[in-house]
Design a protein around this ligand. Structure first.
Ligand code: ASP
Ligand code: MG
Length: 405
């Protein structure tokens, strides 16, 4: 069988880790499986390269930033191959460009358009192991591009799709996807399987195990993903299609995200076109707006609140402050001390009362809900950041997530 194995930065953080990973790949290969490996940059290399760039220039020049950042993955792929060659395996490394990963032209956030993979297939045909640098490709304009932070997951899933791999194994420093962040909830359990939809909701609401885009990719092409530990090598969590024969857990996990800020524009005139004007202006400044709440209007005016990533807050405030005087709103306030907690579970679709219970649990903990948003399998609340730990713990236990399947 053909397996794609992706190793994250902590899995290849130092020479010992690189040799341990090489041994595992060689074991898999010796069992008779074909292996294509995707590696991230060692440890915190990408962060260090980013810091280095900022020290040289405050400008982030797209083309040169990407050229710089892709160097991290080159280092780890070459070292990993050296370790495998020492073990007698025909291992060959490829940059994203050499592997034929073609992207659009958006530096720093490129999307994969096509994976050619010819040279990878050649190595496999020669009984070798191909190691591909994660998180990068070559654009249709022939510039080196990167796929955004955490993009090696996407490289792995894209390769698994185009090569027709049976499984895409994502090796990381945790044993899988948990019912909550174990640092916050010691009783959190490793989930045996989650559906693509659940994983998407978790990745979008603070579950840090898989990059969001890689899950979208896996869902769109039905790639079986196995998230597991490169430290213990135990069975991890499978991310798969929902199993129609299995009863879905009402709640699979509780996630939290402390990276957003809330902006409120008070006393906005309630007439057609005002929201359009405001959110168009925000979009034009590339502010990534998430939850939006508009109050019932009283006397022709309403309040609008929305959340944005904290790093977009400065830009968001500039845009809405400028606009709010034009539309005669009474003022703009913001709060950086907020967080979002979410319940995710496919069984929510067919079980009423989940929202009611969530709100009751939060009320019993004296946690105030500032905003609410839902999808068919998720309920999120914005609360104060200081309340996150008690809220997540209370929800985890109220929905029996510490009890096992
Ligand atoms: N090295 C890149 C990052 O740190 C890509 C990755 O690890 O997936 O974001
Ligand atoms: Mg990573």
């Amino acid at each position: 069988m053909l397996i794609v194995q992706k190793y994250g930065g902590s899995s290849v953080a130092d020479p010992e880790r690189i040799r341990a990973v090489a041994e595992h790949i060689v074991r898999t290969h010796e069992k008779g499986d074909q292996v294509v490996v995707v590696v991230s940059a060692m440890g915190k290399t990408t962060d260090e390269l980013l810091r280095l760039a900022r020290e040289v220039s405050p400008q982030a020049y797209g083309r040169e930033m990407d050229m710089l950042l892709t160097a991290g993955e080159r280092i780890s792929m070459a070292l990993l191959c050296m370790a495998m060659i020492d073990m007698g395996v025909h291992a060959v490394s490829f940059t994203g460009s050499q592997a034929g990963i073609v992207t659009d032209t958006v530096h720093g956030m490129a999307k994969i358009l096509e994976v050619k993979g010819d040279r990878i297939r050649e190595v496999l045909a020669g009984n070798g192991v191909a190691v591909v640098a994660g998180f990068q490709g070559i654009s249709t304009d022939k510039a080196i591009t990167t796929l955004g932070r955490g993009g090696s997951d996407t490289t792995a899933v894209a390769l698994a799709t185009s090569l027709g791999a049976q499984v895409c194994e994502i090796y990381t420093d945790v044993p899988g996807v948990f019912s909550a962040d174990p640092r916050l909830v010691p009783e959190a359990r490793k989930l045996e399987r989650v559906s693509y939809e659940e994983m998407l909701e978790m990745a979008a609401t603070g579950g840090r195990v898989l990059a969001l885009r890689s899950v979208e990719f896996a869902r769109n092409y039905s790639v079986a993903v196995h998230v597991r530990s490169s430290f213990t090598w135990e069975q991890g969590t499978w991310v798969l299609e929902e199993d129609p024969k299995m009863e879905q857990a009402i709640i699979s996990g509780v996630t939290h995200d402390e990276s957003d800020a809330k902006v409120t524009i008070a006393h906005v005139p309630d007439r057609p076109g005002v929201a359009a004007l405001m959110f168009r202006a925000l979009a034009d400044e590339s502010v990534n707006v998430d939850m939006i709440v508009q109050n019932v209007s009283t006397a022709g005016h309403t309040d609008i609140s929305f959340t944005v990533p904290r790093e977009d807050l400065g830009r968001a405030l500039k845009v809405v402050e400028k606009l709010s005087s034009g539309i005669e709103a009474s003022g703009v306030t913001h709060d950086e001390g907020v967080a979002r907690i979410s319940l995710v579970g496919a069984g929510m679709r067919t079980n009423p009362g989940v929202a009611a219970k969530m709100f009751e649990v939060l009320a019993a903990e004296d946690v105030n809900i500032e905003m609410i948003s839902t999808s068919s399998i998720r309920i999120s609340c914005v609360i104060q950041e200081i309340d996150v730990q008690k809220a997540v713990r209370a929800l985890h236990s109220a929905f029996d997530l510490d009890k096992g399947d």
